[in-house]
Design a protein around this ligand. Structure first.
Ligand code: ARG
Ligand code: GLU
Length: 712
């Protein structure tokens, strides 16, 4: 009997994929349901210590930082840690040739030296409530979609208005489980946030894009800010009179480090996942769309690399473009690999068979029995449009000349009666953007990219479903030759001449520029033949996904399901551990300063090591920040389910003390946005001891350490 039970459990766990340790992005207010498992895995605190509305809890130390990352408060004086790449924009805004904080780092040696960051805000979650019943009142499953949405909007408005009467916090309501549940959030936003410190890029971005998404990793990806409040502790716009914000709770910092197998959790703001997609959608994404994008981007990057290696000026010009294209390129490569390695599509299909069987006997069977069949049809219908979109974005508009010309589309439509004021505004914007464009434009790259991409486009997309200008091309090389010879947009002087002396009667000539015509053809095709269809099909798919989610919840009443990430605060937990990405290859869970010295290469921008860091390394001057093995640990991996937006999130130990800052994932496991596999999905964090070592020993900003609560 026991064996039979075991067998059934095994089969179930293979097919349904019972939420595996490590998987899941949990709603903090519901953490009592995870508490037992977390404690069995080693946690020594309670769910109430993590999220409480009755007393201070860890949640009071966590913020949404700058709208896209996570930050955490680490002192009673509002000191905040996040990633270097999250603070990057603000560091950059304060940098100039005289004060190059990106290159050299920056440290405020007292509060007076801290730099205000206009536009930067941090958001605290004060409370969360389940309002599903209120929001779904008056909704029945057979309602037409628009009627349903109208009713929901009305309920949301009413509910928010009622709660607003009793609170000064910002009230909002967000859908969870694809619209099957709704939660109300009470938030407080602080806008006086100042830059306190950051390491030089050689540390904060060490490894750069070469190492991005890759383990082993040696990036000191952190920066330090401070939140300010008015004298009563309330949010206030920047003022010299503001005082450091005193949080209800700040994080304690552990110097003990983390050993393999230790419990760890991440507390932060994951942005978006799609864990409940049907197999057909996962297949389409992982095996059709992502590989095409990866292939096109890879070919573009090859061309960038070739020229970047030849000329240091070009290397800098294309560094940021390279980073932007390269981030998705590497990630999606990992998605495809991971899905196939894990047999993700097959596992989803096996689950769907179970679902279908369940649906046939379900109470509301009529809602569910056709879903999977309809998914197949709808995603098939979507496919050509998805492809069309991919080629417009990744092939057409990737040609810099074409997308730059596109910025002049409005100007080319100016007529005699266009108010001069409007024209002046357009000209002013275009002047700025063309100055920035030409600063980083290298025509030989773009020519080669254009010829390559157009050939790919023509090869892949059918003549009756692609932008018209492509069908007029007889010979790509010849077309590109003419395009670059005849377009004015390759020539800064000509563009300036146009902008300086623009008259409405020049609009027509502008509109005839071949690069602008190519742009109009791409956009016109997308607008007229793709966009509406994609929107319609997706609206229907969203409705089906909501039902499918509802069905999955009904089918597995005892299984703890987690809602997809939606930029709300979540707790995710697992273990500190390395992994085996491939047969015969094992990754240890941590890296050390030795690895930085091994990677050092003064000729490669990403691997230049600061002399001062080398000096500290040579002297082994690590103070109390060294690991018990005597080395300086830099980064570590864990089987904790994270995604974009979790950058800067604290990774905490069994006692809820800070171990490090999450900043990336290993590319082999980036499929975790679609399916999580505890064997290969790993998040990457910078070890807090390395962060403190840099602040203290490297930067000499010991006064910051003194503010923190350090647990030895
Ligand atoms: N891959 C990380 C993320 O998706 C880090 C990106 C920034 N770092 C970099 N080297 N480009 O955001
Ligand atoms: N680097 C990502 C971020 O900025 C985190 C990496 C991931 O996608 O997990 O949020």
């Amino acid at each position: 009997m026991k064996n039979l039970h075991y067998l059934i459990t095994l089969i179930l766990s293979l097919t349904i994929g019972i939420a595996k340790a490590g998987e899941g992005m949990w709603i903090p207010m519901l953490l009592q349901y995870n508490e037992k498992e977390m404690q069995e895995m080693g946690m020594r605190i309670t769910a109430e210590d993590i999220y409480s509305i009755n007393h201070s809890s860890l949640k009071d130390a966590i913020v949404l930082f700058g709208g896209g990352c996570t930050g955490e408060i680490v002192s009673d004086l509002g000191l905040l840690l996040t990633n270097h790449h999250c603070g990057y924009d603000y560091i950059q805004k304060h940098s100039s040739v005289e004060h190059d904080y990106l290159t050299n780092g920056f440290w405020a040696m007292n509060r007076g030296e801290e730099l205000p960051c206009p536009g930067l805000s941090v958001i605290f979650l004060r409370e969360m409530r389940d309002v599903t019943e209120k929001i779904l009142t008056g909704i029945d499953v057979d309602m037409p979609e628009d009627e349903r949405q109208a009713k929901i909007d009305e309920n949301i408005k009413k509910t928010i208005a009622a709660v607003e009467k009793e609170t000064s916090y910002k009230v909002s309501i967000r859908p969870f489980f694809l619209g099957n549940e709704y939660y109300l959030l009470l938030n407080e936003t602080y806008t006086d946030v100042r830059l306190v410190g950051c390491p030089p890029s050689n540390i904060g971005k060490f490894g750069g894009d070469t190492d991005n998404w890759v383990w082993p990793r040696h990036t000191g990806d952190f920066s330090v800010f401070r939140v300010y409040a008015d004298k009563d502790g309330h949010p206030a716009v920047y003022s010299e009179d503001n005082i450091p914000y005193k949080p209800d709770k700040h994080l304690d910092i552990s110097l003990k480090g983390a050993d393999e197998g230790d419990f760890a959790f991440v507390f932060g703001y994951p942005a978006r996942t799609n864990e409940y997609l049907p197999a057909v959608a996962v297949d389409q994404e992982a095996n059709l769309i992502d590989p095409i994008t990866v292939d096109l981007r890879g070919k573009v990057l090859d061309i960038y690399n070739k020229y970047q290696e030849q000329d240091p000026k070009v290397r800098i010009q294309y560094a940021s473009k390279h980073a932007g294209i390269g981030n998705g390129w590497k990630k999606w490569m990992g998605v495809t690999e991971g899905i196939n390695h894990f047999h993700g599509v097959e596992k989803k299909r096996a689950f769907e068979q179970d679902f279908q069987e369940w649906a046939l006997g379900a109470r509301n069977r009529y809602m569910y029995i056709d879903l999977l069949k309809n998914f197949e049809r709808s995603y098939k219908e979507l496919e050509p449009y998805q492809l069309a979109y991919t080629y417009v974005a990744e092939a057409g508009l990737r040609i810099e000349l074409v997308s730059f010309a596109g910025r002049f589309a409005k100007l080319s439509e100016v007529a005699k009666d266009t108010p001069q004021e409007d024209i002046d505004k357009m000209i002013a914007t275009l002047k700025k953007s063309s100055e920035a464009f030409f600063k980083d434009y290298y025509e030989p790259i773009d020519r080669e990219v254009a010829a390559m991409l157009l050939k790919e486009y023509l090869k892949a997309q059918p003549a009756d479903f692609r932008p018209g200008f492509l069908n007029d091309i007889k010979d790509v090389d010849n077309y590109v030759e003419q395009l670059f010879a005849k377009s004015m947009f390759t020539d800064e002087a000509k563009v300036n001449e146009l902008l300086d002396n623009f008259r409405p009667n020049k609009a027509k000539k502008l509109a005839n520029d071949p690069a602008l015509k190519a742009y109009q053809s791409l956009i016109g095709f997308y607008r007229n033949e793709v966009y509406d269809r994609i929107s319609d099909l997706n609206a229907n798919i969203d409705r089906m996904r909501r039902l499918y989610m509802k069905g999955q919840m009904e089918m597995q009443p005892d299984k703890r399901l987690f809602p997809d990430a939606n930029f709300t605060l979540r707790v995710t937990y697992g273990k500190v551990e390395g992994f085996r990405p491939q047969d015969g290859k094992t990754y240890r869970h941590f890296t050390t300063l030795e690895g930085i010295m091994e990677k050092e290469n003064p000729d490669i921008y990403d691997y230049v090591v600061e002399p001062k860091l080398k000096d500290l390394y040579d002297k082994k001057d690590y103070g109390r920040y060294a690991d018990k093995d005597g080395t300086m640990h830099v980064a570590f991996t864990a089987s904790v389910h994270t995604t974009g937006g979790n950058s800067g999130s604290p990774i905490l130990n069994a006692d809820g003390q800070l171990l490090g800052l999450n900043f990336d994932r290993c590319w082999e496991g980036t499929m975790s946005d679609l399916i999580y596999d505890p064997d290969i999905c790993r998040n990457i964090s910078v070890d807090i001891r390395y962060v403190l070592f840099i602040i203290d020993k490297f930067a000499g900003a010991k006064h910051l350490i003194d503010e923190m609560t350090i647990v030895e």
